[in-house]
Design a protein around this ligand. Structure first.
Ligand code: HEC
Ligand code: HEC
Length: 448
């Protein structure tokens, strides 16, 4: 796999992970340079995708230079330039043959204040629109269709940009594997409850012992490989790739949240800390000098947030995961019937808008003001950041505007909290704060 350059003096330079790099550095390289999935599309397809865009965007792209056009395409699909190579997106492996292959950062690498942050949830990823438009481009160019195009996963990919149906991809694919991950074909389709989720921030990984919003799976390197369950990857490959994912595990353990880059009112934040410690810490832990994280499971009716995700994953699915190679054949702790959702750590929370597991709440101010949460909202600026409300810059609506109702790609830019799995209700613990305390807690949250 390694792309090595043999120098005359006999030293070998490698683009792929090399000895001497730390496990975490190798983990990052595996994620960004090694293809674990089949090809999605090639460079020529991506370079021509603008031909499928609606006007006036298409005309703008037609008149643009190649670099400007790439920037427009990155913006449309929620791709962000790599810190070490701005011509390539963080979210796809792009190899020397110009092949684009999705990687974990598609969902787990985002941007805040115009800066790419690996591990930040990708709140703009437009997977469904990207898949549709590259498929149309391939048809225009008479190119063969790929795995995603042909729909091994005949299912919605994500009905709101920035969120995906990722959990159900896992359920669908695991259904056709036995405990050793051999492919089995004689099974009927799995029961599906499609719903979209916002990705959690990766820098919380080190604080957790169990993963996912319902905390059902004990943390481990094998579990990180579920994303690769496509039929092209056989059981042997998973075993061959396990050492790579031990490095990916080390990479996840090494991540730190980004720091809030603007001034903070320290006195106000201090008052916020006191209120936070009174009302919020029992679930979300403490920060600063004494870090604690209780990893508290909150019963589903107590938390009151959307329960589609809770209901969608069956006890049978959780059990088959736990009894499989992923769960070390039952040696890991797997909760087949978790009680609800686990309160996440809040480190770097200023950066990871939108909020709640389904990404239904655009700012921290809206988290603290339950009755003010918008019914429908849409991001209006990619680069801007709302410093007052702390989070995304959005416009809000009481219902979906008619132009979006009749255009599915435009509709994906709107978050509709009345749609299935997208409720912004619940988490009313914040009402224990006075109005003054809410102002102070908002300030304090910037410091985490
Ligand atoms: C298509 C989007 C998508 C891709 C690609 C993806 N993930 Fe995720 N990931 C998610 C979502 C959504 C969740 C939340 C699932 C839940 O809580 O039920 C998640 C959760 C996780 C978690 C648990 C985090 C926590 O705090 O509980 C880890 C770890 C993780 N993913 C690692 C990976 C790795 C490693 C890859 C690549 C091999 C990957 N993911 C690829 C969407 C994605
Ligand atoms: C009884 C436990 C509990 C208390 C008390 C509590 N929370 Fe939470 N909190 C949760 C749970 C569980 C979630 C995840 C809910 C979901 O995503 O559906 C959550 C989610 C959040 C989120 C969104 C996190 C994200 O990444 O999207 C924020 C912000 C938050 N809480 C802030 C607070 C603040 C501030 C307080 C105190 C005023 C507080 N919480 C009190 C349990 C609690």
């Amino acid at each position: 796999m390694s792309r090595c350059l043999l120098l005359l003096v006999g030293i070998t330079l490698c683009a792929a992970p090399a000895r001497g790099e730390s496990p975490a550095e190798r983990g990052y390289k595996f994620l960004t340079e090694k293809a674990y999935l089949p090809l999605d599309f090639d460079q020529a397809t991506f370079d021509n995708v603008w031909k499928t865009w609606p006007e006036p965007l298409r005309a703008k792209a037609e008149a643009a230079t190649a670099d400007e056009r790439r920037a427009l395409a990155f913006e449309r699909y929620g791709l962000t330039p790599r810190l070490d190579d701005p011509t390539r997106p963080l979210q796809y492996v792009v190899n020397e043959r110009g092949e684009w292959i999705m990687n974990c950062f598609a969902c787990h690498g985002g941007e805040v204040l115009g800066k790419t942050v690996p591990g930040l949830p990708n709140s703009r990823y437009a997977l469904e629109t990207l898949t549709e438009e590259t498929r149309e481009t391939k048809l225009l160019m008479r190119k063969p269709l790929s795995r995603m195009d042909l729909g091994y996963l005949v299912m919605p990919l994500g009905t709101t940009n920035g969120t995906t149906n990722a959990v159900m991809f896992g359920v669908a694919l695991m259904n056709f594997r036995d405990a050793d991950l051999n492919l089995v074909k004689d099974r009927g389709p799995a029961k599906m409850t499609h719903h979209d989720m916002d990705t959690p921030a990766w820098w919380h990984f080190k604080k957790k012992s169990h993963l996912y919003i319902d905390g059902f799976a004990e943390k481990g390197s094998r579990g990180l490989m579920q994303f690769m369950l496509v039929p092209e990857n056989n059981a042997t490959r998973f075993r061959q790739w396990e050492p790579d994912f031990e490095d990916v595990y080390a990479y996840l353990m090494s991540l730190e949240p980004p720091k809030y880059p603007f001034a903070v009112d320290a006195k106000l934040a201090e008052r916020g800390a006191a209120a936070f410690n009174r009302v919020c810490s029992s679930c979300h832990g403490t920060y600063g000098q004494e870090e604690t994280y209780p990893e508290k499971m909150v019963p589903i009716d107590t938390i009151g947030t959307d329960r589609a995700r809770f209901d969608a994953l069956s006890a049978a699915h959780r059990q088959s995961y736990g009894e499989s190679w992923f769960g070390h054949y039952g040696q890991q702790n797997t909760l087949t019937q978790p009680a609800g959702y686990v309160a996440p750590p809040l480190d770097g929370i200023w950066a990871s808008a939108p909020y709640l597991h389904n990404g239904s709440v655009p700012t921290l101010w809206h988290m603290l003001h339950v009755d003010e949460r918008p019914a429908v909202w849409r991001r209006t600026s990619v680069a801007d950041y709302d410093r007052e409300k702390v989070g995304l810059v959005v416009e809000t609506f009481t219902e979906l505007p008619p132009d979006a109702a009749s255009d599915k790609r435009l509709r994906r830019e709107y978050f509709q909290t009345k749609a299935f799995g997208k409720s912004a209700a619940g988490h009313e613990f914040v009402e224990e704060l006075t109005d003054e305390e809410k102002v102070a807690v908002l300030e304090y949250l910037k410091t985490l």
